[in-house]
Design a protein around this ligand. Sequence first.
Ligand code: NAP
Length: 459
Amino acid sequence: MGALGTAERPVRVAVVGAGPAGFFVSEALLKRAAPVFSVDLIERLPTPFGLVRAGVAPDHQKIKSVTRTFEKTAQHGRFRFFGHVTVGKDVSHEELLSHYDQVVYAIGSSGDRRLGIPGEELTGCHAATAFVGWYNGHPDFRDFPFDLGKKRAVVVGAGNVALDISRVLLRDRDELAKTDIADYALDALRRSPLEEVVVLARRGPAQAAFTTGELEDIIALPGVAVRVDPKQLEVDETTLARLDANAKRNLEVLQKVADAPKAEARRTLKLEFLASPVEVLGEDGKVRGVKVERNALVPVGDDVKARGTGEFFELDAGLVFRSIGYFGQPVPGVPFDEKAGVIPNVDGRVKERDGATVPRVYAVGWIRRGPLGVIGTNKADGVLVAERVAEDVAALVPEARPSPGGLPRLLAERGVKVVSYADWLALDRLEVEAGRQTGKVREKITRIEDMLNALLREG
Ligand code: NAP
């Protein structure tokens, strides 16, 4: 056997999580001339691509074209895909460490944050993340009981996810029918009498987290009017002088909308700034509205915070979505920061609570730095963490780890039905073909069982 990090004996890395961060770090590792790496990408679902498949909105197909880059990585001779394998259930963290030289966690942030207000548990009050998973056909959410038979929905939060779900709720159904939206979600939207979505932003328009592109997308929707109270767009001179380019453009675009609102529209998006929900109101266990407090901005350091003014108003609504961010989930045996929802690390090197480095273990993407940034942000993150992984190779003991056959053998012994990349390509073909028959980009298979059965039929 050759020296560690050569073509005869590559450094064997397990990357856990096949979303953008997992693929980008794999790409960065495989691209290196020295040391030479091999990558096994392990994914809980039978399908790769994480939030590109199950997060990016179905009417944003252009963004999904990044999968072409991931496909190139998947074709690499030193890359293998282990789909439908859960770390912490099918194989433990400790077992991975015994089979690989290094382990990189790229598991994203699959949980959500709660508002912590009364009424959040009422039927009809949902996490935006669950709704996103549902309309995107994510197996974990496809059976979620979303009742869209309501005229008004309230979305709490002013980020891009809030605008994504608002757009999907408001967009013309025939337009959505051409995308890869889950069939049951399209049916529910077609039946929905929804007329208005109200977005509640706790701070002002200058602090909104959404990007101008997302805002313009929704403004451009045919049959949808965006309404905003011009008084809420007034920003003081000091704030104006400090605005970043995105906030400046947001304000300009919002001002135009406020000055010339669309006269005729089937559905409406109301942007309500300086407004926080203080209670989700219910009747017979179901959401009937939201009690909202008007906020004022108070300076805190270089930033501003929302503070309640004691002035309240109520909104009737049958649906409430909290869109206030994703939150990471722990893996048994791997350090976890419960407060921040991330794996504690410095530049990707995982740390214990006391600050000690956990040898051979890394984190990348949202589970490393929190649920912020666009898909492309993970490219730089992948490069950074690959660099640290490579730097640490010198400290590895090569002969301590078994062969590439170790993990497949272990999983076979446990009866785990591993989905390979070739299997995924077969599923991909089936989905695209099923979509073609009904004029959609693809028709997703949304149950794991159905995916596995389809693969059995394909042989
Ligand atoms: P986000 O960008 O962090 O936005 C979260 C929003 O929730 C902020 O407006 C925040 O307001 C608000 N918020 C937080 N806690 C709150 C509370 N207790 N009460 C009321 N409001 C609260 O998160 P996200 O929308 O989930 O998006 C996650 C990441 O994915 C972002 O980086 C986003 O840009 C990205 N993404 C990108 C796209 C795209 O490029 N097309 C699409 C979807 C998502 P404060 O600012 O006051 O904290």
